[in-house]
Ligand binder design. Structure first.
Ligand SMILES: O=C(O)C(=O)Cc1ccccc1
Length: 310
């Protein structure tokens, strides 16, 4: 197995900056890929140990290419996450002024984060999507577009200059990235973990989603993400990507997943991994009746009842 991490490239993406924040990245070869799909396929085919890709941003929600790959592609698992605060720079070939910009490019997920700025400052510019923000910068270098929204750090890499910096429609916009590998035993609980799953619900079942969510809420498990994605089976057919607080090694999470596996036609476990937003010291204690000890004591009581030893 190759000790390399594939990531959404080319060099100079926000993805690369976020990846370099993981201590383990320092000991791996980092290999840029042209798309999220090719980064994930490199892992599935054994060419890379893991892939690092964007999955969610606080302005627009899920990065659908990544979610759909994790939902429907050959199974993979999430091992780590990184949160990165993002502002954009407008990168141009040296000497280009704002009034000369007719075309702008960036990754589609960048657009909702710069839309107001674009309307105010470059109302007539035509938007074209790029495979990533750094790829947009590369295309500006090649003369294909006049300007790209990307990280300021990408300017030097592509011989461009930043005409404007700090561009962001929403304050504190953050993007979440995940390190994805082939399925294996999740790391032991860190004390502040989350669990990602995809749930399919039975067709035409009134209150189906409420019942699925009840498996979590009834055990005191807080949800951090709920995103529906079409299953591809026609209008009205959705599955649900869910991030929930806790680790599959926690009794309450294991029991919630057991309940979901019984009632859902399909459940895909996407991993239990350390949260990037808070540490163990900030995790609130389990709600009354939902600690490991309370689950175990209750299971022992049932066993004693079954034995007539209560
Ligand atoms: O990493 C990049 O540069 C990307 O193209 C993905 C992305 C898109 C929008 C915000 C953050 C990351």
């Amino acid at each position: 197995m190759s000790a390399s991490y594939a990531y959404l490239g080319p060099e100079g993406t926000f993805t690369e900056v976020a990846l370099r924040r993981l201590p383990e990245a320092a000991t791996r070869e980092l290999v840029p890929q042209v798309s999220v799909q090719s980064a994930l396929d490199a892992v599935r085919d054994g060419a890379a140990e893991a892939a690092f890709v964007p999955i969610e941003n606080s302005v627009e929600g899920g990065i659908t290419t990544t979610l759909d790959e994790l939902v429907a592609g050959r199974p993979l698992m999430i091992y780590r996450e990184v949160l990165l605060s993002i502002t954009f720079a407008l990168l141009v070939r040296p000497g280009t002024g704002l009034d000369a910009i007719r075309t702008v490019t960036a990754h589609p997920a960048a657009q909702p984060q710069v839309r107001n700025w674009l309307t105010a400052r470059l109302p007539d510019a035509r938007w074209e999507s790029a495979a990533s923000n750094a790829d947009g910068a590369r295309l500006v270098q090649e003369g294909r577009y006049d300007a790209a929204f990307a990280g300021e750090f990408a300017a030097a890499r592509y011989g461009l200059e930043a005409l404007e910096t700090g561009i962001h429609d929403a304050e504190n916009a953050q993007t979440r990235f995940v390190l994805v590998g082939r399925p294996a035993r999740p790391a032991a609980p860190s004390g502040a973990d989350k669990t990602s799953v995809v749930l399919w619900q039975r067709a035409d079942h009134p209150g189906g989603l409420r019942d699925l969510l009840g498996e979590f809420s009834g055990r005191g498990i807080n949800l951090m993400l709920l995103q529906s994605r079409p299953t591809g089976a026609g209008i009205g057919n959705y599955c649900f990507c869910i991030d929930a607080e806790g680790h599959i090694a926690d009794r309450r999470m294991a029991e919630a997943l057991t309940g979901l596996k019984r009632v859902c036609p399909e459940v895909r476990f996407l991993g239990s991994y350390p949260r990037a937003d808070i540490g163990a010291a900030d995790v609130r204690p389990p709600f009354a009746g939902t600690s490991d000890e309370e689950f175990m004591a209750a299971a022992e009581w049932v066993a004693r009842c079954q034995d007539g030893r209560f």
